[in-house]
Design a binder for this molecule. Structure first.
Ligand code: NAX
Ligand code: ADP
Ligand code: K
Length: 451
């Protein structure tokens, strides 16, 4: 963000102009939300506070006055300019209630714990009644890490200025932000930066498609076939033309549309028509499971590894493999374990996922409430999915969707990105307290939303 701002300034746009765009862009949201009612602003000493004075003046010009609280005077030249352009007074005393509150105490310049009068003000803000809006980011959140550095307020809306910061997509920080909106201030960013995942467009089958050309997915089952059946249920509804279960168990309860191949695994894997493989859900961690994983990797097809496959995976298994064809879907525990197996010592979920991708070439989907993808096309963040996804088996459903998309087009990064969107949409459709089986069935209407 600083680099983009500097580039804009080097090209002749002043910091004051950027602040004016930020403040006015935010003020347009705030006037709509306040709908003529009073607004109370909290202004800090840096440029985040500067934005606050611009917002306050904009509101005054509309005749929509309110209070401005500013425990310290502006400390930057541009914030001083904004303060001078503000024609109102600075308020004192306790915070009023029943206002639209706008928090401009600290933005991305927050570097240390918020204490003293600023912390008191944030606590008072947390306790008072009224809608709360954070400008750029909540004032006790460090923008790069999402680390909490003071009293955390629950906001109704967070208005990011110019670009999303990492903290906007990191838990638990993102849970405090309410709705999030981006205010465009006309900055240019280099390609390749981490960014928010854009809604995918899913193509229907080509007019001349047949089941193999649409994608044959082979799911390698293991000791606990229930999990791979769940993945298969989701995969059948995610676009692949043909889903097979490679299993040496009997499955009295498989759906008629799922083909079970109970012959020797090595033979089944020789089928040239296989577009993608999935292995891991219900695989188990026995030596036999390890052999199945090695055989699946040796088949050299695009492959999704999940669950037990991630516990068994080690660097020797993928040495010499075309790892751009491998997609992995670890949760937090599996990610930590993979980092250990691959000798990665970085801290933090985003950095771990990026390092694992850089080290191995695999596309890494670090799932959870703050899912992040580090893949061939760079790093992608996602809006939070419904918290009802925190149910057993929903990860198997995600793996099934990912593998089905991989069978369709063979691109690991794209398959994982599409899978997150389909998974979240299916969860929205499934509503409350759903089971993983119900979620798998909701993948069909979810896919229709992206055609
Ligand atoms: N630089 C630019 O070009 C633009 C910046 N903008 C705004 O400026 C913000 C960043 O501004 P700044 O870099 O001035 O930083 P901030 O306004 O985020 O805050 C930093 C100021 O607070 C002090 N501070 C940091 N942590 C503190 C703590 N725990 N307790 C007390 N004081 C503390 C610092 O010493 C500094 O004076 C952005 O988030 C955005 O809102 C926008 O106006 C757009 C243009
Ligand atoms: N609180 C939450 N909010 C949103 N999504 C969640 C939440 N908790 C879990 N999820 C999602 O649910 C799935 C859980 O997967 P996983 O941990 O592998 O569970 P399981 O192994 O039981 O299938 C992941 O896709 C994860 O992103
Ligand atoms: K803020």
């Amino acid at each position: 963000m600083r680099a983009a701002e500097k580039a804009a300034m080097d090209a002749g746009t002043s910091e004051w102009e950027l602040m004016r765009r930020s403040g006015e862009g935010a003020a347009r949201w705030i006037t709509r939300i306040a709908a003529g009612g009073p607004v109370c602003l909290l202004c800090g000493p840096g440029n985040n506070g500067g934005d606050g004075y611009v917002i306050a003046e904009y509101l005054r010009q509309l005749g929509n006055g309110g209070e401005v609280f500013a425990p310290k005077p502006p400390a930057t030249e541009t914030a001083r300019k904004a303060r001078e352009a503000f024609s109102g007074e600075i308020a004192s005393g306790p915070l009023p209630s029943n206002r639209v509150f706008v928090d401009c105490l600290f933005g991305y310049g927050l570097t240390r714990e918020v204490e003293g009068e600023f912390a008191d003000l944030l606590r008072a803000l947390g306790e008072t009644k009224g809608q709360k809006i954070a400008i750029d980011i909540p004032s006790s959140i460090a923008s790069d890490s999402g680390q909490q550095l003071g009293p955390l307020v629950r906001y109704d809306l967070t208005l990011a200025l110019g670009a999303w910061k990492r903290a906007h997509f990191v838990m638990p920080a993102m849970a405090s932000m309410g709705q999030k909106r981006l205010v465009d201030i006309g900055l240019d960013f280099p390609v390749g930066l981490p960014r928010l995942s854009a809604e995918p467009h899913i193509d229907p089958p080509a007019p001349d498609a047949h089941k193999y050309r649409r994608g044959l997915l082979a799911i390698v089952a293991g000791d606990m076939p229930g999990a791979s059946l769940l993945a298969a249920q989701a995969a059948l509804r995610s676009g692949a033309g043909y889903v097979k279960l490679l299993s040496d168990h009997s499955h009295p309860d498989v759906p008629a549309e799922l083909v079970v191949d109970d012959g020797p695994l090595a033979e089944a894997l020789e089928d040239e028509r296989i577009g993608a493989l999935l292995i891991g859900p219900g695989l188990g961690r026995t030596p036999a499971a390890r052999d199945r994983l090695s055989a699946a990797l040796a088949a050299k097809r695009p492959i999704v590894l999940d669950a037990d496959a991630l516990h068994l995976l080690d660097p020797t298994m993928i040495s010499g493999a075309d790892t751009a064809n491998i997609a992995i879907t670890p949760h937090e525990g599996e990610l930590a374990q993979l980092c250990e197996a691959f000798g990665i010592e970085t801290e933090g979920k985003i950095a771990k996922a990026q390092a694992l991708n850089a080290e191995t070439g695999m596309a890494v989907l670090a799932k959870g409430p703050d899912t992040v993808l580090a893949g061939q096309r760079g790093t992608r963040f996602f809006e939070r999915g419904p918290a009802w996804l925190s149910a057993a088996g929903t990860g198997d459903v995600l793996a099934g969707i990912s593998a089905s998309r991989l069978a369709v087009h063979g691109e690991a990064h794209r398959a994982l990105e599409e899978a997150v969107w389909l998974h979240h949409e299916a969860a929205r459709i499934a509503g409350a307290a759903f089971t993983a089986g119900y979620l798998a069935r909701a993948v069909k209407p979810a896919l229709e939303a992206f055609l």
